[in-house]
Design a binder for this molecule. Structure first.
Ligand code: DGL
Length: 274
């Protein structure tokens, strides 16, 4: 049976993998966390492109028949190049949910939390441009350090939890006032796949009545429609197999998978040098 490959710089793509496993329960998947070469969001885009090429080649050798780039930063930097290099492979990416935010926002003021790499990319600039109608206003916040703080917080120590809260609070504050009031932000886009993993904290910081938008479920739906019969998405009799691979130590991925996928999966550490 076909296998779907899914990758991210670290554990963030689990927010997409979780949705994929809900939408395609019988499907076998390989998840690769490139923790040995993360974070992507504050690195040169050439680094992210090089890693994406390397990971895709590796996953193809593992026999994948579709690829989900579960990382906004890697999608922005590398998806066009990957599609050109692998025209026979369905490749699905993620992008910040700006369009749904425009449809949802009443105040027409939308906050976007994402990595510096995503916000500085040409792909994001084109997306933003396509939605400018002179009425909607986007407030962009490059959340340096936030993905890393989320990874580090998995150890559950008081120190790392406090560091995460401090980092998140700083970025949310920088957005400005959030409320369902004219002139204020009523919708916040989580433009990095790590951020839904701390949605409760972000919701607390922006306020309970602010809409937070993530992309995992819509990427999973898109993957299901795109691949349809080719991947046997019919009634699943058993949960598909899942292989977890990590270019780092693997401990964080193991802890994160136990927390967000609700099962104990072994993590294989792999060496994938540039
Ligand atoms: N999870 C990634 C994203 O969606 C990036 C995190 C990072 O490595 O900076 O953008």
């Amino acid at each position: 049976m076909a296998v779907i490959g899914v990758y991210d710089s670290g554990i963030g793509g689990l927010s997409v993998l979780r949705a994929l496993r809900e939408q395609l329960p019988g499907q076998d998947m390989i998840y690769l966390a490139d923790s040995g070469h993360s974070p992507y969001g504050e690195r040169e885009s050439e680094h992210v492109r090089r890693r994406s090429r390397r990971i895709t080649a590796h996953l193809r050798r593992r026999g994948i028949e579709a690829l989900v780039v579960a990382c906004n930063t890697a999608t922005a930097a590398a998806i066009e190049e990957l599609r050109q290099a692998h025209p026979d492979l369905p490749i699905i990416g993620v992008e910040p949910a700006l369009k749904p935010a425009v449809a949802l926002s009443q105040t027409r003021r939308i906050g976007v939390l994402a990595t510096r790499g995503t916000l500085q990319s040409d792909k994001f600039a084109r997306l933003l441009q396509s939605l400018q109608d002179g009425q909607v206003h986007f407030v962009l916040q490059a959340c340096d350090g936030l993905a890393l703080a989320i990874e580090n917080s998995l150890d559950g120590s008081a120190h790392s939890m406090a560091a995460l809260r401090e980092c998140a609070r700083g970025h949310v504050r920088a957005l400005g006032a959030c409320a369902r009031v004219e002139g204020q932000i009523d919708t916040v886009v989580l433009g990095c796949t790590h951020y839904p993993l701390v949605a409760n904290l972000l919701q607390e910081l922006v306020g309970a009545d602010i809409s937070l938008l993530e992309t995992g479920p819509s990427v999973a739906r898109q993957t299901r429609h795109r691949l349809g019969a080719a991947i046997g998405s019919g009634a699943a009799t058993s949960q598909g197999r899942l292989w977890l691979e990590c270019t780092g130590t693997g401990q964080q991925l193991q802890q994160a998978a136990a927390r967000w996928l609700g099962a104990n999966h072994a993590v294989q550490s792999i060496d994938l040098p540039d």
